[in-house]
Ligand binder design. Structure first.
Ligand code: HEM
Length: 259
């Protein structure tokens, strides 16, 4: 068939074309992945503030709610940040499904190749597909909660969710999935775009060191929320306010209504 005489696009798919779109979509996938990866590093540190005590986590929460700028909490600001993350997450997932094996036969071929060649980078890619698939469900549920109920974030509110609402197994699975997925993703970005310019061996070492660090940090954080939640199980629903804030608030005659 001649590609010069195409009528109403019939047969167009079989003709060689110079389209920039696959490259553009690849760039979108990489940039959204980078934003999510960097966001996750920040997120893990903010959530880990609980390791420094309830006052520290309360302060971080209130910082995001604008309390120290406006003198009043606005949890809606957190929803705005979540909304942005949702858009980036959806774009990233949309770009990723282009690469998913679309039937069992394709899936079997990829796995067989990775196994037969003992090619570590292909095996890592297979793991990225598994964990990415899990995150479709886990991250969506988590982001929904954070978007709709941003006021339920805090030392007691978060710990109650983790322990009394029994969400700790959910967080445990999501933590493993997101750390593996993010670590492999950032490594693949570095290999693909050549920055930082180091050998794969070196990049892989850094990748595993970062994954190990964030996994240990995440597990310690989760254990801290579980412990606080367990100790607080008889008072679910009560919110934490540092003593120094209560004293300041009472002396100003606010009785906690600005929190
Ligand atoms: C702006 C959006 C987000 C906000 C405000 C947020 C907030 C939080 C908060 C407050 C916690 C502590 C537990 C709780 O309160 O339920 C938490 C835990 C967690 N979040 Fe997020 N999150 C966001 C996005 C994400 C995304 C996109 C992921 C990746 C899939 C994620 C993965 C996790 C994990 C794995 C934990 C458990 C951490 C640990 O156990 O150390 N979060 N998040």
């Amino acid at each position: 068939m001649s590609c010069k005489n195409i009528i109403i696009q019939a047969g167009l798919a079989d003709c060689p074309r110079k389209s920039r779109w696959p490259a553009r979509l690849d760039l979108l996938q990489s940039s959204t992945g980078l934003i999510l990866g960097l966001f996750m590093w920040g997120h893990m540190f903010f959530v880990a503030s609980i390791l420094f005590g309830k006052d520290a986590m309360w302060t971080i929460t209130k910082l995001f709610e604008g309390f120290f700028f406006f003198g009043k909490s606005h949890p809606g600001l957190v929803s705005c940040v979540v909304g942005f993350v949702v858009v980036v997450f959806v774009l990233h997932a949309l770009m990723a499904v282009r690469k998913f094996p679309i039937n069992y036969r394709q899936w079997r071929t990829v796995r067989a190749h990775a196994k037969a060649m003992k090619h570590e980078d292909s095996t890592l890619w297979v793991w990225q597909v598994y964990t990415g698939f899990l995150l479709f469900f886990f991250a969506s549920a988590h982001l929904y909660q954070m978007f709709v109920w941003p006021q339920n974030i805090g030392p007691y509110a978060s710990a109650d969710r983790v322990w009394s609402d029994s969400l700790w197994p959910f967080y445990l699975v999501m933590l493993l999935a997101v750390e593996l997925h993010g670590g492999i993703g950032l490594y693949r970005l570095a290999v693909k775009w050549g920055w930082p310019n180091a050998s794969r061996q070196k990049l892989k070492k850094v990748k595993w060191a970062l994954t190990g660090f964030f996994l240990i940090l995440g597990l310690a954080t989760l254990a801290a929320y579980m412990k606080i939640g367990y100790e607080h199980r008889a008072s679910v629903g009560e919110r934490f306010t540092p003593d120094w804030v209560l004293e300041k608030d009472l002396s100003a005659g606010h009785h906690g209504d600005s929190l």
